[in-house]
Design a protein around this ligand. Structure first.
Ligand SMILES: Nc1ncnc2c1ncn2[C@@H]1O[C@H](COP(=O)(O)OP(=O)(O)OP(=O)(O)O)[C@@H](O)[C@H]1O
Ligand SMILES: [Mg+2]
Length: 456
């Protein structure tokens, strides 16, 4: 969807000097620039001139950056807005992201950061990533789950996969980041080429650069022969950089060069090599934290984060647990030649209630263990790990032993519901779907069960 026409950037800042310097930096890069000295002028230009991206200061008199952002979501919802802000107002900037800003840039400004953020916003716009509702997405290969969160993820991943955009995958440990990286490669037209994976935390820092970019003979002690790096091996395909937050500052500079113009050099050589590699990366912890501490380059962050895919923790999508349990039960039954056909309700309740700090990986391990241990064809509570079984029943659940008479069951349910509503009979009746006087009647010692409709 690239066009030859230069993209138009609308810049809004009440500081005239700043505005002039921004205009200079941005137009030097070949963009068409519109400037406004205040929010209302900015909104007029947004309406009349249809810019491709808006860059606005946060603190301005009258209409500030935040109000401008909100108004722009109505006037031109698909135009990305980048917020400029001083270090002191990071909280506000985060609020702006929640209100729909595409990113924020901290002052003092580095021109490389600004240009990276502009490029990323424009690329995202070409992909239609920020636009509204889409038809249902196809499911992703090997990824189980139909919760709303997983449907949104499948939609985003299936739209971004066929492009060459860099994707940053974020999520707690065990949420399926590597599976998403696999899906992106498989759904892209690079699927016949290599997908090279590098875990930046697993390779010692001193070796990582040689591993990624290769080296010439004698580049360092022990470099007895020249070696191609992972980027060269991935040429034409995709590289997945796991634990990207562990990249050293000098490796960050080299990666930035590749992302900016596809150029790199082996260690110990000044010859420039060109590589065509799609970069996906993953992190357990939000990179923004490393950014704020100055440990991660912000210009690199924008290049890597053209599209962010956030994987929700399993406890935030417990409705996916039954499907995952079925999937892993099948997988490990096949592997272990065990004929398991079901799971007890009690065991499933426990699995659904447990918060899974290790996410899907922990659930997978628990099911593998249960399948191996199971003595019957039905998985039961005894087959589950202690920590999963140990969780107390939710206070709102009511356990009634088999053998309780119907009369006593009704009495218990009414009593427990009254406890839950602090004795409020009307509220309890509402929860139970019966009339308040029925409660009084059911609890009276001389009630007659044969009299009248039980829900009357
Ligand atoms: N939605 C899912 N459907 C099926 N299997 C899944 C799903 N999510 C994760 N898994 C499985 O859980 C395990 C962990 O997934 P993966 O390695 O992709 O997680 P991760 O986020 O990369 O974890 P880490 O941060 O620890 O590297 C894998 O065995 C994977 O196959
Ligand atoms: Mg992983």
């Amino acid at each position: 969807m690239q066009t030859d026409k230069p993209a138009t950037v609308l810049v809004i800042d009440d500081d005239a000097e700043m505005l002039a310097s921004l205009r200079k930096t941005i137009s030097k890069r070949g963009f068409h620039v519109l400037t406004a000295h205040n929010g209302s002028e900015g909104l007029d230009l947004l309406r009349e001139r249809g810019p491709d991206v808006v860059l606005t200061d946060l603190r301005m008199p009258a209409i500030d950056g935040m109000s401008l952002l909100k108004a722009s979501r109505t006037i031109a919802p698909d135009v990305p807005v980048i917020i400029l802000t001083a270090y002191g107002s990071v909280d506000l900037a985060v609020e702006a992201i929640r209100a729909g800003a595409s990113s924020f840039i901290l002052k003092p400004l580095r021109s490389s950061t600004l240009l990276s953020a502009l490029d990323a916003a424009l690329e995202r716009r070409c992909l239609g990533i920020d636009a509204g509702e889409r038809p249902a997405a196809p499911s992703l290969p090997h990824i189980v789950g139909t919760s709303k969160a997983m449907q949104g993820l499948a939609d985003l991943v299936s739209r971004v996969a066929p492009t060459t955009a860099a994707v940053l995958i974020e999520g707690e440990s065990g949420t399926g980041k590597e599976l998403v990286a696999d899906a992106i490669h498989t759904l892209s037209d690079r699927r016949e080429q290599h997908l090279i994976k590098v875990n930046c935390a697993a390779v010692p820092e001193t070796l990582l650069e040689a591993e990624l970019f290769g080296h010439e003979k004698g580049a360092f002690t022990g470099a007895v022969s020249a070696r191609r790096g992972r980027f060269e091996l991935a040429d034409g395909g995709t590289i997945f950089l796991d634990e990207i937050g562990c990249l050293s500052p000098s490796a960050q500079v080299k990666l930035l060069r590749i992302l900016q113009n596809g150029e790199m050099s082996r260690l110990g050589s000044s010859a420039t090599l060109r590589v065509d590699v799609r970069v996906t990366s993953a992190t357990n912890r939000p990179l923004e934290e490393a950014l704020a501490r100055g440990e991660f380059r912000d210009d690199l962050y924008y290049r890597l984060n053209v599209v962010k895919v956030h994987l929700p923790a399993l406890r935030e999508r417990a409705e996916d647990i039954p499907d995952l349990v079925a999937h892993f039960t099948r997988t490990y039954c096949d592997k272990n030649h065990k004929p398991i056909t079901g799971i007890t309700r009690q065991a499933m309740n426990m699995l659904e209630r447990y918060p899974w700090p290790g996410n899907v990986r922990e659930l997978e391990n628990a099911i593998e263990r249960a399948v191996v241990l199971a003595r019957t064809q039905t998985l039961c509570a005894d087959d589950l790990p202690d920590e999963v079984r140990a969780l107390p029943e939710k206070p709102n659940d009511l356990v009634i032993p088999i053998g309780t008479t119907l009369r006593d069951v009704q009495k218990r349910i009414i009593e427990e519901t009254l406890k839950y509503t602090d004795g409020d009979k009307a509220a309890a009746a509402g929860l139970l779907g019966i009339a308040p006087r029925t409660i009084t009647r059911r609890l009276s010692p001389d009630r007659d069960d044969e009299r009248g409709d039980p829900t009357a």
